[in-house]
Design a protein around this ligand. Structure first.
Ligand code: HEM
Length: 493
């Protein structure tokens, strides 16, 4: 049975990506102490957009890291009820290596979120219908945060939302559908709400790990009670984890590599072959058309097509390479032990991400918004913009370990993914110094592209918790270090 979601208590980012609010800015901040944090929260709280019906011209969301929750006054023993990855943070011991944040992606080079820099305690995500509205809301936010004594660490600007990411490919097509949300149509494959929202049954029929408090820790009864019936106050319910990573894209290197690798024997450029190789790396053509449906040429009519599996039509990757970005990030029905089966789909579904990223980069806004692929496909036009271009990658999950970290480590950066042996993700994978290979299955012989440079580097990042409205209310009134020992941990997974 589908659990009924409390949409008025859930932050709206879980329900929508705000395609109508084309302008966004993300503010990362440090909380000097509980008083400043509470003052900022009391201003923010009435402005937070919920998942209930929405028609406004702007939206606001607020999230906190584990360090931020601590600085709001939440005691360590309560924070321990969140998952270990969240507690340790994105740059915790061994985590950088695990996530591929090494060499030029190392936190040593990050602009924000690095251990040596100011702590990324909190995050405000602002969305607006016009640049003017965004500018006004942002100015108001900055002055209110300053008045509360909050320090801004960085303000991450984004480009006007178009259809494409900076390499020039239509993005944001494939998203998981959540049971109980408006997009879940009858008959459509929808995932249990607990895969994304804490405090609801997940795909294993269990409630995800989340912090629970003894009722004495919530004397004003601000929090919902544990749906498992323990009687504890549920700080996690209706919230989720939010991953933010600033991923810089070397657009020039990407298209230069594709051009060099596809030159004709006489040394001349082959634009069609260049685009076809880039599409093989992504698994979709620039229009978004999936290679599995149209392997030889782009077909913009299929630009939003997301209705396919891999195993029955393309078990060997002749249409869509086994190592292509989208085939790695969501292998659909291609996983063992029974590819092509419902069971295989269910295995992939344990690792879905709700993506909410936005592109950034000076000087490319016009090109991106106009969807002028041809313009961007010209190599001369693709030199990296000063200050960097890329994706402020945002994803929402109920389990950092099983969803984001698994996909990043075991699929994106795994050179042995799906029987391959030296291929990390051709688009966004990290590389060893000699580069990676990219295998394109073909008959009679497959093509092996060598020396793929690293096209994407991590420039900042942090793990946040996107609390429910009731949890935000609870955090706002929290005296420093007020709550006693937590109730027993919730069922895990
Ligand atoms: C700058 C880096 C990245 C770029 C340029 C990029 C680009 C793309 C593009 C063009 C698509 C196809 C559009 C779609 O299916 O919605 C896509 C799909 C996807 N990407 Fe990425 N991506 C990047 C990084 C990542 C990372 C780091 C992850 C996860 C750790 C990720 C996860 C996904 C997922 C889950 C899909 C949907 C696959 C499907 O369901 O078929 N991407 N990405």
């Amino acid at each position: 049975m589908t659990a009924r979601l409390d949409l008025g208590n859930i932050q709206g980012l879980l329900a929508r990506g705000y395609r109508g609010l084309r302008y966004a800015r993300f503010t990362v901040f440090t909380i000097p102490g509980p008083a400043a944090g509470h003052a900022a929260l009391s201003w923010l709280l009435p402005r937070v957009t919920t998942a209930a019906a929405f028609t406004a011209d702007s939206a606001l969301h607020v999230a906190f890291s584990a360090a931020g929750l601590r600085r709001l006054g939440l005691p360590d023993d309560v924070i321990a009820g969140f998952s270990a990855e969240f507690g340790e943070g994105m740059t915790g011991p061994d985590r950088s290596r695990f996530l591929g944040d090494v060499e030029s992606s190392s936190p040593r080079f990050w602009g924000w979120g690095a251990p040596q820099g100011p702590p990324a305690d909190g995050l405000v995500l602002l969305y607006a219908a016009t640049p003017e509205i965004l500018g006004r809301r942002q100015a108001e936010l900055a002055s209110r945060l300053a008045a509360a004594g909050i320090h801004q660490v960085t303000v991450l600007d984004t480009l006007e939302l178009g259809d494409s990411e900076p390499f020039g490919f239509h993005d944001g097509i494939s998203q998981p559908v959540i049971q109980g949300m408006s997009k879940a149509r009858r008959g459509a494959r929808a995932l249990p709400a607990g895969e994304f929202v804490l405090g609801y049954p997940n795909a294993y029929g269990q409630l995800t790990d989340r912090p629970l408090l003894p009722v004495s820790g919530d004397p004003r009864h601000l929090l919902p009670r544990d749906p498992a019936g323990s009687g504890a106050a549920d700080l996690g319910r209706d919230g989720c984890y939010l991953v933010l990573r600033q991923l810089e894209q070397d657009v020039g290197a990407f298209w230069r590599y594709a051009a060099e690798a596809t030159r004709r024997p006489d040394g001349s450029d082959d634009p069609q072959a260049r685009t076809a190789l880039a599409a093989k790396m992504v698994g979709r053509w620039p229009s978004g058309a999936p290679l599995i449906k149209t392997p030889d040429a782009d077909d913009p009519r299929l630009g939003n097509d997301n209705d396919f599996g891999y195993h029955h039509t393309d078990p060997d990757g002749l249409a869509c390479p086994l190592g292509a970005h989208i085939r790695r990030m969501n292998p659909r029905d291609s996983l063992d032990p029974h590819p092509g089966s419902e069971e295989s789909l269910a295995v992939s579904d344990r690792h879905r991400l709700l993506r909410r990223g936005r592109a950034y980069g000076p000087g490319t806004a016009g090109a991106l918004a106009s969807d002028d692929h041809a313009k961007r496909l010209a190599p001369d036009d693709s030199a990296p913009a000063a200050g960097g271009t890329g994706l402020h990658f945002v994803c929402l999950v109920a389990s950092l370990a099983r969803q984001f970290e698994f996909v990043q480590h075991t699929w994106l950066n795994n050179p042995n993914f799906n029987g391959l042996y030296d291929d990390t993700d051709p688009l966004a994978g990290s590389r060893h110094p000699r580069g990676a290979t990219f295998i394109v299955p073909a008959r009679p012989v497959r093509r092996r592209y060598r020396g793929l440079p690293q096209f994407v580097r991590t420039r900042g990042g942090a793990y946040f918790f996107l609390p429910s409205i009731s949890a935000l209310r609870y955090l706002e009134q929290l005296p420093a270090g007020a709550v006693s020992a937590p109730a027993a941990a919730a069922t895990t997974r």
